[in-house]
Design a binder for this molecule. Structure first.
Ligand code: RFL
Ligand code: PHB
Length: 428
């Protein structure tokens, strides 16, 4: 993709990274009349080639609509009202929709979200630079921050009011912060996910998450004719170790007999291995620099929360910038890190919980090995027979409402009322 418009030397918000966070933030700000420039290290084709998320919460769907890019998602995406949990040879449906008073999730690939956002960016004429090399941040503690980068062999400088670090886990923004000003919290899991994409019909109407003595498996989809499946694998495994035949055989062995029987196999069109980690950087603001999405936090993909959390950050940040430019109020900006982190840690907890419940943990410390597997089976058995436990899983899976604590605080007589929450607190 070529660069659409001349790149200015000054903008209001410099956005580093053209993943979903950066593109969505750029689009929302552009619609609100706030100038921004997106700088992306890779080509558009490279970004679109990364196969990642598949499940969008309502919060994410609503933001994509607000950004004006929801049309194709509503036409082609699949609305799911439940998920299935497989263990001990059988499958159990969690009715997300009934348990959450009508909420659903949208199955629509991150690649398509990114393509829709890139197309909207190109149509708007707002500046975006692909293949921006050696991006460096300057003076983000001052009122006059700058970003420098090299494009087509020429070094450029971009002056701005704010920098949005939307450049993912390996980006330059978090790495630019002095060590003493940032705290990292991390857990690396002792396994990875091997994923394949294939043009065959899905195994079932909804996603199947499977706990099996051989390891975790997930049957997901991108459409009625394209599947995305995963199996837990060793961190030592290489993609070349996994022929298509070996993958399908392993996946079948980890599902209940009915699902295994209904599975249609076919050649993979993509195959990759991803490590699993939980990671949070605190805080998420440093002067005029704000981190959003994977630049600030990583969740293991089991809860399907990564992209959704990125969208939640963008919701807070876009509103904070709009408030700043429209009303000259900095309350949203000042409260961004606290509000975002409060939601981040809930998603971290849920993703860690589902990962712990569904994966095979090598024997060793804690509830691992055979003891661990029996504990998981007991918990799954409890879960699928307890409305309270299923409701908790369902409300986290579809995405916690931004106003959840406010509702409780309005009803002091109800269980869960917390005296420490001020009555006039704004929605999160
Ligand atoms: P991204 O997508 O990593 O984009 C960051 C962009 O920044 C660019 N960049 C730079 N640009 C300029 N200068 C630099 N120095 C730069 N360094 C990096 C990169 O090239 C890139 O284009 O982060 P962002 O935008 O915050 O988006 C986050 C999501 O991509 C991520 O959280 C999700 O994919 C996680 N995830 C899932 N999330 C969900 O909500 N639902 C799911 O179902 C789900 N499934 C998944 C997933 C992630 C997976 N993997 C591979 C980690 C399944 C998998 C397997
Ligand atoms: C996916 O379709 O890629 C996907 C779905 C659900 C998850 C993780 C990944 O929890």
């Amino acid at each position: 993709m070529s660069t659409p418009t001349p790149i200015p030397h000054r903008t209001q918000v410099a956005i580093i990274g053209a993943g979903p966070s950066g593109l969505l933030l750029g689009q929302l700000l552009h619609k609100a009349g706030i100038d921004n420039v997106v700088l992306e290290a890779r080509s558009a084709e490279y970004v679109l080639g990364r196969i990642r998320a598949g499940v969008l919460e309502q919060v994410c769907v609503d933001l994509l609509d607000e950004a004006g890019v929801g049309e194709r998602m509503h036409r082609e995406g699949l609305v799911h009202g439940g998920i299935e949990l497989a263990f001990a040879g059988a499958r159990h449906r969690i009715d997300l929709q009934t348990l959450t008073g009508g909420k659903t999730v949208m199955v629509y690939g991150q690649t398509e979200v990114t393509r829709d956002l890139m197309d909207a960016r190109a149509a708007s004429g707002a500046p975006i630079v692909y293949e921006a090399a050696d991006v460096q941040l300057h003076d983000f503690d001052s009122a006059t921050p700058r970003v420098s980068y090299t494009h087509e062999g020429v070094r450029h400088e971009l002056a701005c009011d704010f920098i949005a670090g939307c450049d993912g886990f390996h980006g330059v923004c978090r790495a630019s912060i002095p060590k003493e000003r940032i705290q990292h919290f991390e857990r690396v899991y002792p396994f990875g996910w091997l994923g394949i994409l294939a043009d065959v019909p899905p195994v079932a109407d909804e996603l199947i998450y499977s706990n099996h003595a051989r390891g975790f498996a997930l049957c997901s989809m991108r459409s009625k004719t394209r599947v995305r499946h995963y199996v837990q694998c060793s961190l030592q495994d290489k993609v070349e170790d996994w022929s298509d035949a070996r993958f399908w055989e392993e996946l079948k062995s980890r599902l209940d007999p009915e699902a295994a029987e209904h599975m249609v196999t076919g050649p993979s069109i993509e195959k990759s291995i991803a490590p699993l980690r939980s990671f949070v950087a605190e805080p998420m603001r440093f002067g005029q620099l704000f981190l959003a999405g994977d630049a600030a936090h990583i969740v293991p993909p089991t809860g399907a929360k990564g992209l959704n959390l990125a969208a939640a950050d963008v919701r807070y940040l876009s509103r904070a910038f709009m408030e700043f430019y429209a009303d000259k109020r900095s309350a949203g900006i000042d409260d961004y890190s606290r509000k975002a982190l409060r939601r981040v840690w809930k998603a971290e907890r849920f993703s860690w919980y589902l990962t712990s419940l569904l994966h095979k943990f090598p024997a060793g410390a804690g509830d691992t090995g055979e003891v661990g597997h029996r504990m998981q089976t007991a918990e799954l058995d409890y879960l699928v027979h307890s409305t309270a436990a299923m409701t908790s899983l369902a409300e986290n899976y579809v995405g916690l409402p931004f106003e959840e604590l406010i509702e409780r605080s309005k009803h002091p007589g109800r269980p869960g009322y917390s005296k420490s929450i001020p009555q006039k607190q704004k929605p999160l």
